[in-house]
Design a binder for this molecule. Structure first.
Ligand SMILES: [Zn+2]
Length: 415
């Protein structure tokens, strides 16, 4: 993996500022990774992302495999070329989406199908149709069935049947060509009991070994680096066992996945596993990246976070507020510009933000109007603003660690 390196430049306790080199350039960590589900950060261009100094993006293997399909992406030159993004990129294994479809339906857990909310309503509707289709091959209440060999699932796009194996996930990720890729894991639901979670974790470890073997077939090229993933649900002994497994295998990075149940449980889990995971590898917290989540977990030595929240929030008219504009934990750093109270508000969103929305002087009343008139400009401007705030947060965190005053940064943002 000649094109990759990770070195810690400065640290405060376990928190660290890292320099992460990939074949597509360097990332300063801790870093936030915006989610480009369909190989695009919705509503913004690559030029917008570059102006925002976004360092790295994530694309979803599952979604891209189903549409436009791996063959098409290869013909279009691979993900980087296709998206016109020349910077570092990661893809997930697709496991989370495959299994969420299964257990979301099985357990009727509404919240865990949130990953689909990042897509259009049209897809949600298609998914409902698939589940309710009398032609469904898989039992009506389940979109995914799993055994040690494979996961079999129905596409939420067109109802077609697919078989997913660790080898296949890695093969697809190789073809997509992101710099950082993930081993395939089985994600359990917060509702699964310990017995199932243990069985599933053992399977994940088998799959991670298979992912690694598959990866080793082409890893000499030095174009990609593979992360393992710690699973084990909310159970201490399982989490530690899984962290030991990941540590003992030749992964480039530590991925931390799976059901966290609650924010306090997440901190407990990190408390168990971070001392076990090798500190000389970068650690990525999968699917987590709320402002408080980041502030509460950088102290464990987490280096990268991916989360759809700031961009999704933007598309619902939620604008993130900097601390100097009143953003704090109690208001979730969010100003909901769609509300009636902003109808005749001619003031700009922020005098302190340097993004295109704020610097351009667009008034809150105008933004509210754009939202209710379903004008596309609101999606672009709001997304730009929210990503700007996330980048500002991460820059302040890096500066705070380097200057040994991370607590001050946390106090400032939590309010
Ligand atoms: Zn702004």
């Amino acid at each position: 993996m000649s094109g990759f390196s990770f070195k810690v430049n400065s640290s405060q306790g376990q928190a660290r500022v890292g320099e992460f080199a990939t074949p597509h350039g360097k990332i300063l960590t801790p870093a936030f990774v915006p989610v480009g589900t369909q190989a695009t950060i919705k509503a913004v261009s690559i030029d917008d992302l570059q102006k925002l100094k976004v360092q790295i993006v994530l694309a979803n293997t599952y979604h891209l495999y189903l549409r436009p399909g791996v063959e098409t992406i290869e013909i279009l030159g691979g993900l980087h070329k296709m998206m016109n993004w020349n910077g570092p990129m990661m893809t997930d294994s697709g496991g989370y989406q495959v299994f969420s479809l299964g257990w979301a339906i099985e357990h009727g857990v509404g919240k865990v199908v949130n990953f689909l909310a990042d897509d259009s309503r049209e897809e949600e509707e298609l998914k409902r149709q698939v589940v309710n289709s009398p032609k469904s091959i898989i039992p009506r209440q389940k979109l995914c069935v799993v055994d040690d060999e494979k996961a079999t699932f129905i596409s939420h796009v067109d109802g077609s049947l697919h078989v997913w194996t660790p080898e296949k996930s890695i093969e697809i990720q190789e073809k997509l060509g992101a710099d950082l890729i993930f081993a395939m894991d089985e994600c359990t639901s917060p509702m699964h009991d310990k017995e199932y979670t243990k069985q599933s974790m053992d399977r994940t470890h088998l799959w991670e070994e298979r992912s690694l073997r598959q990866f080793e077939k082409f890893s000499d090229s030095g174009k990609q680096a593979l992360y393992g993933i710690v699973q084990g649900g909310p159970f201490e002994d399982l989490r530690i066992e899984s962290a030991k497994f990941v540590s003992g295998n030749n992964f480039f990075g530590n991925g931390i996945g799976g059901a966290m149940v609650s924010k306090s449980k997440m901190l407990e889990i990190l408390n168990w596993i971070m001392p076990v995971l090798p500190a000389d590898r970068p650690s990525h917290l999968l699917g987590i990246g709320g402002i408080d989540d980041i502030l509460n977990t950088v102290g464990f030595g987490i280096d990268t976070y991916d989360c759809a929240f700031p961009t999704r929030l933007a598309r619902r008219g939620g604008l993130l507020m900097l601390p100097e504009d009143g953003g704090k934990l109690s208001n979730r750093w969010t100003l909901n510009v769609v509300r009636e109270e902003f109808k005749n508000d001619s003031s700009p969103l922020s005098e302190n933000c340097g993004c295109e929305l704020c610097f351009g002087g667009y008034s809150k009343g105008y933004l509210r109007h754009l939202y209710w008139a379903k004008e596309l400009l609101i999606f672009r401007l709001a997304t730009i603003h929210n990503l700007y705030v996330m980048e500002k947060l991460m820059a302040e965190i890096r500066e705070g660690i380097a200057e040994n005053r991370l607590e001050k940064v946390k106090e400032r943002w939590m309010g």
